[in-house]
Design a protein around this ligand. Structure first.
Ligand SMILES: Nc1ncnc2c1ncn2[C@@H]1O[C@H](COP(=O)(O)OP(=O)(O)OP(=O)(O)O)[C@@H](O)[C@H]1O
Ligand SMILES: [Mg+2]
Length: 324
């Protein structure tokens, strides 16, 4: 079965040829007149950490709920390990770990008791596994306290511990860093990285773009229920072939660049650095041109965008598309 295949596959960065672990096909959810998710086609491959981004109300949680069989799609379907979720739900879901918004916890029980209760539901969860997940999420010291006394971040960690209990091949996490302190966010990042290195596949929604940029191999942007981008982080953050140049007389150099056929779009950024295309798309030629013109660059590097800039430009472009 493919689930076993996923379990035994070597932990390697997801290659083009890696098996598809999660697929949505024309997945759609309509609430009354509102289309929350529209004909969504996604593929997540083995060993990937994929970030699921989009503004509030974009349809991320709705998609994740459908992927977990918590709500029924109004159109399309979900495949996990190549099998149809609707018809093989009971077989598939034990291989999936999930954390969706606020985890449902027994407030009057301790963290450890919550894990035991959940372990009993899942079946086959040893005491040792409970200890392991408590350690993985950094909750050992508080495991004997009632959940009622936990902070938001501790509840989130416990939710993640529950998601990990059955050592799932696929983790689906809706805003896992929600409520975590900066140290907790770094721990979460390390934990997800480790899990991916062990061969797990991770699909997570998040509003922490810096985190996503650091841990995700690929990012899927959703806006108004529709896919607007599905690219690797490297592709998204690569600039448009421009270079960023630091030099002393940036205004004079800018005037000169704007007169060149390749430099018409040259401009200064907020920090007074030059942003420009290069002759022959070559950084080396740009450097030589500036140096010969009497403006030797102090530094010159390909311009990049961070994920936040990409996010805003994608969302704004999409708004523009809709207005037309
Ligand atoms: N049970 C529901 N009934 C009616 N509309 C709903 C329901 N759940 C979600 N919606 C609507 O579906 C759309 C998508 O919501 P969803 O919760 O999936 O967004 P999201 O991307 O997870 O947003 P956020 O970043 O705020 O978590 C929103 O317009 C929301 O109002
Ligand atoms: Mg949500």
């Amino acid at each position: 079965m493919q689930a076993d295949h996923a379990l035994t596959q070597a932990a390697a960065p997801a290659a083009q040829s890696a098996p598809v672990i999660l697929r949505t096909i024309e997945l759609t959810k309509q609430y009354g007149a509102r289309l929350a998710v529209k004909h969504l086609n996604l593929e997540i491959k083995h060993g990937e950490i994929v970030g699921f981004l989009g503004p509030n109300g974009a349809g991320k949680t709705t998609t994740i709920r459908m992927i977990l069989g918590l709500i029924a799609p109004t159109g399309g379907r979900v495949e996990i390990f190549g099998r149809d979720l609707a018809s093989e739900r009971d077989f598939l879901l034990p291989h999936v770990g999930a954390l969706v918004e606020m985890p449902a916890l027994y407030q009057h029980l301790t963290g450890c008791e919550n894990l035991r209760a959940m372990g009993a539901v899942l079946g086959g969860v040893s005491r040792q596994r409970i200890e392991e997940v408590l350690e993985l999420v950094g909750l050992q010291a508080r495991q004997r306290d009632r959940v009622r006394t936990y902070s938001l971040g501790m509840k989130q960690r416990l939710g993640l511990a529950i998601a990990l209990l059955n050592d799932p091949d696929l983790l689906i996490l809706d805003e896992p860093a929600n409520g975590l302190d900066p140290a907790g966010i770094v721990e979460m990042r390390d934990l997800l990285q480790r899990l991916a290195n062990e061969g797990k596949t991770v699909f997570l929604s998040s509003h922490f773009l810096g985190e996503v940029q650091q841990i995700c191999s690929r990012v899927i942007f959703l806006n108004a229920g529709q896919l607007v981008a599905n690219k690797t982080v490297a592709e998204l953050t690569r600039g448009q072939g421009e270079y960023v140049v630091e030099l002393e007389q940036s205004q004079e150099a800018l005037d000169l660049l704007k007169k060149q056929p390749w430099g018409a779009q040259a401009r200064l950024d907020d920090d007074g650095r030059l942003l420009t295309s290069a002759p022959g798309d070559s950084g080396r030629e740009l450097y030589a041109f500036l140096a010969q013109a009497g403006f030797p660059p102090e530094s010159l590097a390909p311009a990049t965008q961070n994920l936040e800039e990409v996010f805003f430009s994608l969302i704004n472009n999409h708004e523009g598309d809709k207005a037309q």
